[in-house]
Design a protein around this ligand. Structure first.
Ligand SMILES: *Cc1c(COP(=O)(O)O)cnc(C)c1O
Length: 416
């Protein structure tokens, strides 16, 4: 019997209350920081005002706005529009013009409406509007993961024993400034040719160990419903394919992509998982909530793959708020990727330690559901490698020493 067992009930309750107060103290810093972090829910009224202005500028109706084809067709890619809609000054406009000559950029009108014109460091703007730093290029490579050497068949990337990627298009709703596949974006949007898709499906068919197929690109939801339906049907007809996943950022950049028609298609092909790419709380809006409600009703399970980006989310409080807001709209945080050294993206890179520090601030501090895995992609396509704070301090034959989330060290009996 431990000393604790002899205590009176009141004493136990008093101890529990003391501990509860201590626990609350652990998140005081976050509770203080949280209201300062702008988010798409509390900013919705402001965002809608900007949408009104953008619609007027583009001569668009509400029906246009809510049509994802219109969002794609009307992508903003001219500096003149940014001067008007994002209130760029001369210097900023010149910067975008200069970088734009070399690197393609475009943003959907919807994603533009999430940018705060009064904040030159707006995390949404930083992901979409080119910056001079793109032209400086200290360490980057065009293809740091060597994807060109891990494609055993057309359109396929295979790096793991039981799953692979089919790249179904190079198209995206917007061109992320931090994109790791910038080399594929080029100047032309093209869907992967039907015969290449056929060859990719044949590869899956001929490799019974493949039980999980990811359709990505580019952005898998840039394809129309008919092609998505065809691809998922073909995959459903391969007995060893257990699950299908789609990679898409459209939930972030144009949530109106989630049409009833799309949901009807996805519902037919359960189990379907969608992984999306939110990086900042400013991207989580009521429009996203509506889209995710529809998708979850259609039986689609949602995950998020964030990228750790300097000036966007390289902060434990921002990342915590992002993950909480994602859970509120039924998206489970899945990965945080360390930004690779891709040509033209050096200004987004952080040290790996920044990500580990963020993980340290999540574990124990918040729901396990809100904790993604922090990943460094090994060079040359050798795979996702998890990076964790150290919790196992030392191990002997019969005991180990562990460190808890609060930095308490315990000896732990490790005998069989
Ligand atoms: C990321 C990735 C996958 C999926 O990995 P999970 O850890 O299962 O999400 C599969 N194939 C390739 C080539 C990838 O890069």
């Amino acid at each position: 019997m431990s000393d604790k067992d002899c205590l009176q009930d009141e004493q136990k309750r008093a101890m529990a209350n003391e501990r509860a107060a201590e626990l609350k103290g652990r998140i005081d810093a976050y509770l203080e920081a949280r209201p300062q972090i702008s988010d798409g829910m509390t900013q919705w009224e402001e965002i809608q005002k900007r949408q009104k202005k953008i619609k007027a500028h583009l001569n668009a109706s509400d029906d246009d706005w809510n049509d994802w084809h219109w969002q794609v067709r009307s992508r903003i890619n001219k500096v003149e529009d940014l001067i008007e809609l994002l209130e760029l000054n001369e210097e900023e406009a010149a910067e975008v013009r200069k970088v734009g000559e070399k690197n393609r950029w475009a943003t959907t009108p919807y994603y533009l409406s999430l940018m705060n014109p009064d904040d030159p460091n707006c995390p949404v703007r930083r992901q979409a509007i080119p910056a001079t730093e793109e032209l400086l290029n200290p360490v980057g490579k065009d293809d740091p993961m060597g994807e060109q050497y891990t494609s055993p068949a057309p359109a396929i990337t295979r790096r793991y024993p039981d799953r692979l990627i089919i790249n179904v298009t190079n198209q995206c709703g917007m061109y992320c400034r931090h994109c790791q596949r910038r080399r594929n974006i080029g100047e032309v949007d093209r869907m992967t040719a039907r015969e290449d898709l056929q060859a990719a499906l044949d590869y899956v068919r001929n490799h019974p160990e493949i039980r999980d197929v990811l359709l990505t690109g580019g952005d898998a939801l840039m394809l129309n419903e008919e092609i998505i339906d065809w691809l998922l049907t073909e995959l459903d007809n391969i007995p060893h394919v257990e699950i299908k996943r789609l990679g898409s950022r459209t939930l972030v950049t144009m949530p109106m992509r989630v049409t009833d028609e799309l949901c009807a298609v996805l519902e037919k092909h359960s189990p379907v998982y969608i992984n999306t790419h939110f990086n900042n709380p400013a991207e989580v809006t009521p429009a996203v909530a509506e889209a995710t409600r529809k998708l979850t009703r259609a039986g689609v399970s949602l995950g998020n793959q964030a990228v750790l980006l300097a000036g966007v989310n390289d902060d434990p409080h921002v990342m915590k708020k992002l993950n909480h807001m994602l859970l509120q709209v039924m998206i489970r945080p899945y990965y945080i990727f360390h930004a690779k050294a891709v040509t033209g993206t050096a200004h987004f890179r952080t040290r790996v330690e920044v990500g580990i520090e963020i993980m340290e601030h999540l574990r124990g501090q918040t729901s396990g559901m809100a904790i993604p895995t922090f990943i460094v992609n090994a060079p040359e396509g050798y795979g996702k490698t998890p990076m964790l704070p150290e919790y196992l301090i030392s191990s002997g034959r019969d005991k180990i020493f562990i460190r808890t989330w609060e930095n308490r060290v315990f000896e732990y009996d490790n005998r069989e």
